[in-house]
Design a protein around this ligand. Structure first.
Ligand SMILES: [Zn+2]
Length: 345
């Protein structure tokens, strides 16, 4: 019986090695290990052996069974891979080719600077608030103490909705300042809020003017808030962005929603004696700001006799241009990938 078993093992291994498909392999497996298979028949015959012979022959039979089973599994796996590759090749897929490259996007410079500023202002206790881009005339102008004869209301600045004759009139917001009013109405005083977002104006476009640009409005309202608080917040913000202290100065400026109003300039971070960015003056006009006009507080339901505050309008597009050395604002909305890909996330 030993010879018969060893002969079966040899036949089995040879048949397995010669198998050309998984179907063929399954047939061979059945003919050796199946219920009526040759090896199964031998195993069944073990009972008829002499008791002394049985353990050694039984052990050999099991070893052969295991050996054949392993060979079936190994060849089965190889045939499976081959058949899969053949299937894919028949439909024109080559698995050995590298996959398509997934290109990672980059963060837009305006978003990058906005996130940086949000972190800085949040560390100073500001909340971030948002408002609609389509705004009512009342919020965009009236509540901000911008009288109806103010030039900013003229159509060459403001993009009015087609239903301009209807009341109330609506426009694409020309600044993020209406969010001041919305936030004050929502939360009341005291309040520290920034509102980043898109604003729209009917501008002739050039290197520094674009119909769509980004601002970040800032507002602090509390008891006894004054100009020193504003300067401190602005200086901290600049130090956070440019990673060093920058000298700042205030010039008087007129904006209907603040009284007194200022233009805040910062010492040019790119030069010591004048450059293209500061047009040789060593100062960069950074943002308008000032103490919130009592009429604005009143319009938002806050008592100006109890509270005061400061507000500023930071040009995010302009900050991004300064931060990353971009010389033309029109790149910002161009969708030009050659420009955008320079700012990796
Ligand atoms: Zn300069």
């Amino acid at each position: 019986m030993r010879e018969r078993l060893e002969a079966l093992c040899g036949e089995g291994l040879a048949a397995i090695a010669a198998a050309e498909s998984r179907a063929q392999l399954a047939e061979i497996e059945s003919s050796f290990l199946g219920r009526t298979g040759a090896l199964t028949a031998q195993l069944k015959g073990l009972g008829k052996l002499e008791a002394a012979e049985r353990p050694a022959i039984g052990k050999l039979a099991n070893e052969i069974k295991q050996k054949l089973q392993q060979a079936f599994d190994a060849v089965g796996e190889t045939l499976k891979q081959e058949e899969l590759a053949a299937d894919l090749a028949s439909v024109g897929v080559d698995c050995s080719l590298p996959g398509p490259t997934v290109e990672l996007g980059s963060v837009h410079p305006v978003m990058a600077i906005a996130r940086e500023l949000e972190d800085i202002f949040q560390s100073m206790g500001f909340v971030i608030w948002d408002g609609p881009e389509l705004e009512s005339e009342a919020n965009n102008f009236d509540a901000l103490n911008i009288p109806s004869d103010h030039p900013a209301r003229e159509s060459h600045d403001t993009i009015w909705m087609k239903s301009a004759d209807e009341e109330p009139r609506r426009c694409l917001r020309t600044h993020t300042s209406p969010v001041q009013v919305r936030a004050l109405r929502e939360f009341g005083a005291p309040l520290r809020v920034i509102a980043p977002g898109r604003v729209f104006r009917q501008e002739a476009q050039d290197a520094t003017h674009e119909h769509t640009f980004h601002q970040m409005e800032g507002l602090v309202v509390g008891k006894n808030i004054g100009v020193p608080h504003m300067l401190h917040a602005m200086n901290s913000m600049l130090e956070g962005v440019f990673k060093r202290k920058l000298e700042t100065r205030l010039r008087p400026g007129f904006f209907p929603f603040v009284e007194p109003g200022f233009e805040l300039d910062a010492r040019c971070p790119f030069c010591k004696g004048g450059c293209k960015v500061c047009k040789g003056s060593t100062w960069i006009e950074l943002m308008p700001g000032g103490l919130v006009h009592p009429n604005v507080l009143t319009a938002a339901g806050v008592d100006p006799n109890e509270y005061s505050g400061f507000a500023f309008g930071l040009g995010l597009s302009r900050m991004a241009m300064l931060r990353y050395g971009i010389h033309d604002i029109r790149y910002m909305c161009s969708g030009d990938l050659r420009f955008l890909k320079q700012f990796k996330a």
